[in-house]
Design a protein around this ligand. Structure first.
Ligand code: HEM
Ligand SMILES: *[C@@H]1O[C@H](CO)[C@@H](O)[C@H](O)[C@H]1NC(C)=O
Ligand SMILES: CC(=O)N[C@H]1CO[C@H](CO)[C@@H](O)[C@@H]1O
Length: 335
């Protein structure tokens, strides 16, 4: 009797394990290219047109949208929760101090593309803000001369956005390799992907405060400059960012080709011209140096690594079941 019962329990347990293994994985499994083929067949060209129009008005569209996507994905998954506006009762993600450079143009790009999509009867309220942000990000990268790629789609928009949820979820410019690697690992993103995604700093701006510690009083010593920083570059940065500079002043993160999405970031690191500690450490730590050098040597190798890494970034914490999310009518407001 007992033995028979044990056999049954064992069989049931095995069956359970098999069923669990066969269940689709909750995160990325359901995203796919051409997700909207029957729902809104022209969605990609509608978004691209809207993004191109915005790009012609201001170049900031490019870095602003790219960084917005990164911050969205790392805080509570790629679910457009970063776009939600705060209300009297809820301080949303975008109000966290870490958002400082989430330039309004990134938000505006998504809002405008969403309006263009919703202007088409067949598409109205059928394409998520999270997917529009993912498509717009692909578009700004190629508009800036970077690689183009097919975007996986099918994300739902998240149901919550809080300032507190941002705490500890975004990397800091002072991070060394281990801190960077473990924060990205907590999102299921490998060290190699982290090094590729950091190449996004080939575009855009940083406020002086984010690297002031490297050009003034480094390590608390009066007037000291971070020894890992190129001296010529350090002097240039001090010129653009004098002590007590207006906090709104920002500098190009790639001083050589600031408006081109290219592999110049890695060439800069070879010259000690990484703007943040988190940039320069990728070249100075011997564990990540070989990858930095290989992408400095080959823009094709960097481009294909970047595309693969962006695709993995786009799967972080995505929501695909109706209990987890919906399609927001207004990207800045929960339905
Ligand atoms: C590896 C760790 C990272 C750190 C520590 C970091 C940190 C920063 C900081 C401090 C700024 C300047 C913000 C400001 O002062 O305005 C910045 C800007 C930017 N970051 Fe990162 N970031 C990281 C990774 C990424 C990734 C993975 C992406 C995208 C794939 C990205 C895209 C950008 C862009 C495009 C800008 C320029 C934004 C603009 O001009 O509006 N960053 N980042
Ligand atoms: C510093 O940068 C200049 C170019 O701006 C370069 O010629 C020089 O080799 C760099 N120095 C170091 C130590 O990398
Ligand atoms: C673009 C944006 O939402 N910026 C906000 C970032 O956070 C600060 C406060 O921490 C707000 O004042 C900004 O409006």
């Amino acid at each position: 009797m007992m033995a028979n019962h044990d056999v049954k329990v064992t069989l049931l347990l095995h069956l359970l394990v098999v069923i669990l293994c066969l269940l689709p994985r909750p995160s990325s499994a359901q995203l796919r290219q051409n997700y909207y083929a029957n729902i809104c067949p022209n969605v990609e060209s509608i978004v691209r047109n809207a993004v191109t129009q915005k790009f012609r008005q201001t170049f900031v569209t490019v870095p602003a949208t790219l960084r917005l996507f990164f911050h969205d994905c790392f805080v509570n998954g790629c679910d457009a929760s970063v776009i939600v506006a705060s209300t009297a009762s809820n301080k949303a993600e975008k109000d966290h101090p870490d958002n400082l450079s989430l330039a309004g143009d990134g938000f505006d790009t998504v809002i405008k593309a969403k309006a263009a999509v919703d202007a088409v009867d067949q598409c109205r309220f059928k394409v998520s803000c999270a997917d529009i942000l993912a498509m717009a990000t692909r578009d700004v990268i190629s508009l800036a001369g970077g690689p183009s790629y097919a975007v996986e789609l099918g994300r739902l928009d998240g149901l919550s956005s809080t300032e507190a949820s941002v705490n500890g979820r975004l990397p800091q410019p002072t991070f060394k390799l281990n801190q960077l690697t473990s924060l990205f690992a907590s999102n299921g993103i490998s060290q190699t992907d982290m090094i590729a995604l950091s190449g996004a700093h080939t575009l855009g701006f940083s406020h002086c405060s984010r690297f002031a510690n490297r050009i003034y009083d480094y390590g608390g010593r009066n007037g000291a400059v971070d020894p890992s920083l190129n001296r010529t570059y350090a002097t240039q940065l001090q010129g653009m960012c004098p002590r007590n500079v207006d906090p709104n002043v920002a500098v190009n993160m790639d001083p050589i080709t600031p408006r081109i999405f290219d592999n110049q970031y890695y060439l800069n690191l070879q010259q000690g011209m990484g703007l943040f500690t988190s940039d320069q450490v990728l070249r100075d730590d011997k564990r990540s140096r070989p990858i930095v050098d290989s992408w400095a040597a080959s823009s094709d190798a960097f481009n294909s690594a970047f595309v693969a890494s962006m695709t993995r970034l786009g799967r972080v914490g995505v929501k695909t079941s109706p209990s987890q999310g919906n399609i927001r009518r207004d990207c800045a407001v929960f339905n």
